[in-house]
Design a protein around this ligand. Structure first.
Ligand SMILES: Cc1ncc(COP(=O)(O)O)c(C=O)c1O
Length: 384
């Protein structure tokens, strides 16, 4: 790759075709994608319904100026609000997860007038803007893993100075698939709301069925004010959305809030989002993904019981991790390469010695079984 900037690792450059959870390289070799691209293709690569809607929308209208949102945009917003549980709320469609989260942060600062936001030190919120840089003057970062208990955690937080809480319920950041306790989240949200603050949930990774429910926040008994959704919403097409309660939208609209970018509320992205949601609903993919995730975790736990090099298996729905004890040969990186040779793409995090799996919810059980068999074979064959 002579002309592609090397700003992250590049492993393989000849994937030419994709179908559901399979990728095919130029030699026709098939790989099973346990990462869904980068956690995006919740319904599998090139889902026929999504490809078809893209094709048909391309022939109608791709893009319109911000003054001219059409019925597709309105229908997509209604579909999003229905699944989020904010039926009378409002939406704005954007391009990336980073943008939707950053939009939510801007909204909270605008409404509360308080520059300081709360999030966890290990939450990933995006690649740019205030949420990307998390400067100390703008963010209070709580290390929830280091707290003795909920009350000790709460005591550290300067709630009076804080305008909002950006909660990432997918364990995506450097916590490596570890989910904060429900009681802590519940109490933080309570304290934030008590002071007129707002709660933004970052559902970029945890949304669209990834954690076994439509959205990650639904594992917690909380009512967010703004929900940022991306990745699975476009199933590989770049569209995201910030959905908000009606009271938040009213405050912004009354206050003359302005936010404009070139592809905001584009009909093509909205047509995709709307079709993705219908496909999810009609196929019961949240429930099916949750069932397959339960099976997958059980299989990983059995593997952990058999191989002492495995520290633990953990996960929620179809977001799973397998952590290894430190070992000079068998590391997450080594396992990644061994699996790649066998035709599996998985996530790996050397710092956490962890393999991560975020497969499409549409994956077949037999593909999970064959990954488990391969893991077993690799670990059994390795000299411990
Ligand atoms: C939890 C979380 N938030 C935000 C983002 C940023 O989304 P995007 O890469 O679409 O900008 C990501 C991307 O991986 C993510 O995992």
């Amino acid at each position: 790759m002579e002309y592609i900037l090397q700003c992250h690792e590049i492993v393989k450059t000849d994937f030419v075709r994709a179908e559901n959870c399979f990728l095919y390289d130029a030699d026709g070799r098939r790989y099973v994608d346990f990462e869904s691209g980068i956690w995006c293709t919740a319904l599998g690569h090139n889902h026929p319904r999504i490809s078809q809607v893209i094709e048909s929308q391309l022939k109608q209208v791709i893009h319109l100026g911000t003054r001219y949102p059409n019925q597709i945009v309105e229908d997509a917003a209604k579909a999003v609000l229905d699944v989020v549980g904010m039926e009378d709320g409002k939406c704005t469609f954007l391009i990336s997860g980073s943008e939707a989260v950053e939009f939510g942060v801007q909204v909270i600062r605008r409404i509360t007038g308080k520059p300081l936001m709360l999030t966890f030190n290990n939450s990933f919120l995006g690649s740019y803007g205030s949420a990307g840089t998390k400067k100390p003057e703008e963010w209070f970062l709580l290390d929830w893993l280091a707290c003795k208990d909920v009350e000790e955690c709460l005591k550290q937080i300067p709630f009076d100075k804080i305008g909002g809480f950006a909660f990432e319920p997918g364990g995506s950041g450097i916590s490596f698939v570890q989910f904060p306790p429900a009681q802590l989240i519940h109490r933080i949200v309570e304290e934030i709301h008590k002071r007129g603050g707002l709660v933004l949930v970052n559902e970029i990774t945890s949304g669209m069925g990834r954690t076994g429910k439509w959205f990650g926040f639904q594992h917690y008994d909380i009512q967010p004010d703004i929900v940022a959704i991306g990745k699975g919403l476009g199933n590989g097409y770049p569209v995201s959305v910030a959905a908000m309660r009606r009271k938040v939208a009213d405050l912004l609209e009354k206050d003359g809030f302005r936010y404009i970018q070139s592809h905001q509320n584009d009909p093509l992205g909205c047509a995709v989002a709307k079709e993705v949601i219908s496909t999810f609903r009609e196929g019961d993919w949240v429930e099916k993904g949750n069932a397959l995730g339960g099976f997958f975790l059980n299989e990983l736990n059995q593997l952990a019981a058999k191989h002492s090099i495995i520290k633990n298996a953990r996960g929620r729905g179809m977001l799973l991790g397998l952590e290894f004890h430190p070992h000079e040969k068998i590391t997450a990186t080594w396992m990644y390469n061994a699996l790649l040779e066998k035709g599996f793409l998985v996530g790996y995090y050397p710092a956490g010695n962890l393999l991560r799996f975020d497969p499409s919810l549409t994956m077949e059980k037999e593909n999970v079984v064959s990954l488990i068999e391969s893991l077993d074979e690799i670990l059994s064959g390795a000299t411990l």
